[in-house]
Design a protein. Structure first.
Length: 183
C-alpha cells in the first residue's frame, strides 16, 4: 500500500483548511474593528447632535443677557435646562464604547461637556449676583462672571466640535498598530 498517495493529499487538505481558517479569522477581526469604529462614530454624532444645539442656544441667550438685551433673570431657566441636557449628553459620552486607541477622544468629549456645565454655573452665579443688586462692585463681579462663563461656553463648544470632527475621521487601525496602541 502506498501511504504517500493517501497522506500527501490529506496534509495538503489540512494545510488548505488552515489557510482558509487563518484568513477567515483575520477578516473577522478586521470586520469587528470596522464595526467598532463605525459604532463609535455613530455614538459621537449622537452626542454632538444632542449637545451642540444646546450650547448654541445657550450662547445666544447668554450673549443677549451680556449685552443687556435680555434681563439676566430671564435666562436662569435656560441655564437650568441646558445643565440638565448637557448632563444627559455627558451620560451618553460615558456610555460610549470607544476603540482602545480612541479612548482619549471619548474622555476629551466628556471633559468638554464638564467644562460647559462649569461655564453655565459661572454664568448662573453672575446672573444671580446681577439680580441681587448689591452695589457697583457686585455688578462688576457679576458682569465678569457672565463674560468669563460665556467665553468658557464658547471654548467648550469649539473644543467639543473639534473632538467630534476627529472622531468622525477615525479609521480602524491595522492589527499590528491596534495591538501596539493597547500597550
Amino acid at each position: 500500500m502506498n501511504w504517500g498517495a493517501i497522506v500527501l493529499p490529506l496534509l495538503l487538505a489540512c494545510l488548505l483548511l488552515y489557510i482558509l481558517w487563518y484568513f477567515a479569522r483575520a477578516g473577522g477581526k478586521a470586520l469587528a474593528r470596522s464595526r467598532e469604529v463605525t459604532r463609535f462614530r455613530f455614538e459621537a454624532k449622537q452626542v454632538g447632535a444632542r449637545a451642540d444645539p444646546v450650547l448654541e442656544r445657550l450662547a445666544a441667550r447668554v450673549d443677549a443677557a451680556r449685552r443687556h438685551l435680555v434681563p439676566p433673570e430671564e435666562i436662569l431657566g435656560d441655564l437650568d435646562e441646558g445643565t440638565q441636557e448637557l448632563g444627559e449628553a455627558q451620560a451618553m459620552t460615558e456610555a460610549m464604547r470607544a476603540p482602545p486607541y480612541a479612548l482619549h477622544l471619548r474622555d476629551a468629549m466628556g471633559q468638554d461637556l464638564e467644562r460647559a456645565v462649569r461655564a453655565i454655573e459661572m454664568i448662573r452665579f453672575g446672573c444671580e449676583q446681577s439680580t441681587a443688586g448689591r452695589g457697583r462692585g457686585a455688578e462688576l463681579e457679576a458682569q465678569t462672571s457672565v463674560k468669563r462663563g460665556y467665553l468658557n461656553l464658547l471654548h467648550a463648544r469649539e473644543s467639543l466640535g473639534s473632538h467630534l470632527g476627529e472622531a468622525n475621521r477615525l479609521e480602524p487601525l491595522p492589527p499590528a498598530r491596534a495591538r501596539r496602541s493597547r500597550i
